[in-house]
Design a protein around this ligand. Structure first.
Ligand SMILES: C[S@@+](CC[C@H](N)C(=O)[O-])C[C@H]1O[C@@H](n2cnc3c(N)ncnc32)[C@H](O)[C@@H]1O
Length: 290
């Protein structure tokens, strides 16, 4: 099967899922300021019933379970078995006091959730990958109670996301021109244009739809020991092994990969400040009501 024909389920159950599962702690650390903004927007309360859409390795489901407590409940849904396995491990080893977490390994576009089962739907970057976004959000709309609220994060344009675009720019000169991404292809920047998602959510039945820009610097690498070289090395490894720029170099020759690493490392070494490399991230915080 050609890479372009790979389904999202194949993708998240294959290398991508394994990579996110292995490096869950790093992703959660890097995305921490964005996670704060998601939870500030969701304003969950004890007793709430939460559906985490595309929960991945579980950071947001676990946090939601802590907030809603034993009188609430959390359902963590994802199509990726390796990522849900990490969520299951983390859920099993948490201290007592949080809400029960139900894991659902399923495609949320079509999975039959109980009608009106949730007061809140949350997602950290789990909603840009649907085959049919309107049908998917209509399915999720049914799962929310009347007045139930949706709160999600998705990326703004790559050019506004220096944490992605800057390393991309540094290594692009070493590589052939990438294929253009088709309009509306599933992927991180699908909802970058703020005109797109509101129409989709409205067609799926949501109201009071709002997109708020969220801008935060992300720490791509840091050094506890205060060693700038270690911070730059960690940031270069994140950018080229885990972040979206990794797909540029993954299938290249070892020589190109090592040249890309050297270029990014040299650039990041000049950016270290307070023992860390920081680059900006730009998202939409999307809210809507059933
Ligand atoms: C970019 S990752 C984000 C994971 C997690 N929310 C986080 O922030 O760490 C996207 C997630 O969405 C999941 N996903 C993509 N399409 C899905 C679908 N149709 N149904 C359920 N999960 C899906 C993937 O398996 C993956 O875990």
């Amino acid at each position: 099967m050609a890479a372009s024909e790979q389904t999202q389920s194949d993708y998240w159950n294959g290398d991508a899922g394994a990579r996110w599962a292995r490096h869950q702690a790093t992703f959660d650390r890097v995305f921490a300021p964005l996670t704060e903004r998601l939870f500030a927007g969701a304003a969950l309360r004890p007793g709430d019933a939460v559906l985490d859409v595309g929960c991945g390795a579980g950071a947001t489901a676990l946090r939601a379970a802590d907030i809603v407590g034993p009188s609430g409940r959390v359902t963590a849904a994802d199509v990726s078995a390796p990522l849900l396995a990490v969520t299951a491990r983390r859920a099993a080893s948490r201290p007592p006091g949080g809400a029960p977490i139900v894991l659902v390994e399923a495609d949320v576009q079509t999975h039959t959730f109980a009608d009106a089962a949730f007061t809140h739907l949350i997602s950290r970057f789990g909603i840009m990958f649907f085959d049919d976004s309107i049908a998917a959000f209509a399915n999720l709309h049914r799962a929310l109670r009347p007045e139930g609220r949706l709160t999600m994060l998705c990326w703004r344009a790559q050019a506004e996301n220096a944490w992605i675009d800057h390393p991309f720019g540094l290594v692009r000169a070493l590589l052939p021109e990438p294929e253009p991404t088709p309009f509306d292809a599933a992927g991180p920047f699908r909802f970058a244009d703020p005109a797109r998602l509101p129409g989709i959510l409205a067609a799926a039945g949501f109201r009071d739809i709002a997109l708020m820009p969220v801008d935060e610097p992300l720490v791509l690498g840091h050094s506890e020991a205060g060693d700038p070289r270690e911070a730059a090395e960690a940031a270069a490894n994140f950018a080229l092994d885990l972040g979206p720029a990794s797909r540029l170099v993954r299938d290249q020759t070892p020589e190109i990969r090592s040249r890309a690493h050297a270029i990014v490392l040299r650039d990041f070494a000049e950016r270290v400040s307070n023992e860390a490399v920081r680059l900006g991230a730009a998202c939409w915080l999307v809210t809507a009501v059933r």
